[in-house]
Design a protein around this ligand. Structure first.
Ligand SMILES: *Cc1c(COP(=O)(O)O)cnc(C)c1O
Length: 356
């Protein structure tokens, strides 16, 4: 028998979530954001399920080339553009749309020898102060780009720091309007949170990531409970050992958990080297044989322990869901002080993946 930990990727859920995005933003085109190997789901596995999108947005040049070689002919947006002027030859060859966020990139694009102009996304700093031009610079840069023979279609792009809050896009939207005033330009502003919760941000192209994978942009499952999204990843395993503790006996490294009375616990073949968060506290939800129970004791590299009190029928071989349809990745993440994004991106390479 092989070690029973496994991730299942649900292609129908991805297709369904994309259709929910279309429903939320019916007048916009959709960039399916597939950076970080499609948020840990595997770009090569998921792209065809998401190929109903109008384009794919990512960071990694190798991933973009792979997508072209697998036959994707539609737009590909490189969210951080090129990292080096030499990459422009590949942007040209594979016809990649580039974000432009710094002056050196504009100079490099002006100086490049391309076979045809590249479409560009001019990045406005919305106030998040990561990448992009401040509003006062945007008109000048825009005019400068307009003159370049290497520049094809131009789109204004910005990103929101707080779109999961009800008033979180107000100030950035004001900055973006100021920057874009008088420019006849398509816009792409909305991440998942803005796509779901701020229709005034939708414009020409939305850029959802996390909602395609069925988790919450806010980190709280309850915020998307009514959005009709389905989790695209299940992390599952089995019980490989059972212990019966007496009152006062302890479980795992650091002896963190102490039984208050006689208690059966199950040992699950999944640990932090599989991507399960080591910091998960006692009580983090786990599904054992279809019954909700909780983690007990510190997560080890290869194992974790669960309370079998609510599921006395469980024993060796009983299936365990760490996250998926029943146990929300957002809830495991919240218990561990993080967000679903981090857990899905951290799925370890050693975990076998099946598509379902
Ligand atoms: C990651 C990313 C997105 C998608 O963000 P989600 O919160 O996952 O929807 C959109 N735009 C940019 C520029 C990004 O880096």
């Amino acid at each position: 028998m092989t070690r029973p930990v496994q991730a299942s990727i649900h292609l129908a859920a991805l297709r369904h979530n994309l259709s929910q995005v279309r429903y939320a933003a019916p007048h916009s085109r959709v960039w399916a954001v597939v950076k970080a190997d499609a948020y840990g789901h595997g770009l090569s596995r998921v792209w065809s399920a998401l190929s109903g999108a109008d384009g794919f947005a990512m960071l990694n040049l190798e991933d973009a080339i792979q997508l072209r070689e697998r036959g994707w002919k539609g737009p590909i947006l490189m969210l951080e553009g090129f990292f080096d002027a030499q990459e422009l030859a590949l942007f040209d060859r594979y016809r990649l749309t580039t974000s432009l966020h710094s002056r050196w990139q504009i100079k490099a694009l002006a100086d490049a020898r391309l076979s045809a102009p590249l479409d560009v996304y001019l990045k406005i700093n919305s106030g998040m102060n990561r990448l992009g031009f401040v509003p006062e610079q945007v008109h000048r840069v825009w005019r400068q780009l307009r003159e370049l023979k290497n520049v094809g279609e131009m789109t204004l792009m910005a990103h929101f720091a707080d779109a999961d809050r009800p008033d979180g896009v107000d100030a950035p939207m004001a900055r973006i309007s100021q920057a874009a005033e008088g420019l006849e330009a398509p816009r792409s502003l909305a991440n998942s949170a803005a796509t779901l919760w701020h229709p005034q941000t939708h414009y020409d192209w939305v850029r959802p990531g996390i909602v395609l994978y069925g988790a919450s942009p806010s980190g709280r499952w309850c915020d998307i409970a009514s959005a009709g999204l389905r989790p695209a990843m299940t992390l599952s395993s089995e019980i490989i050992g059972v212990q019966t503790l007496k009152a006062g006996e302890r479980v795992g490294y650091g002896s963190r958990y102490c039984a208050s009375g006689e208690q059966r616990i199950g040992i699950v073949a999944c640990g932090y080297a599989d991507g399960y968060p080591r910091v998960a506290p006692d009580g983090t939800p786990v599904l054992v044989g279809g019954v909700r129970t909780g983690l007990v004791g510190t997560v080890s590299m290869d194992m974790l322990a669960v309370d079998l009190t609510p599921c006395p029928q469980a024993g060796i071989g009983t299936p365990v869901e760490l996250w998926g349809e029943q146990i929300r990745i957002d809830d495991v993440a919240a218990a561990s002080g993080t967000i679903g994004y981090e857990l899905m991106c951290a799925l370890a390479p050693r975990v076998p993946v099946v598509t379902a």
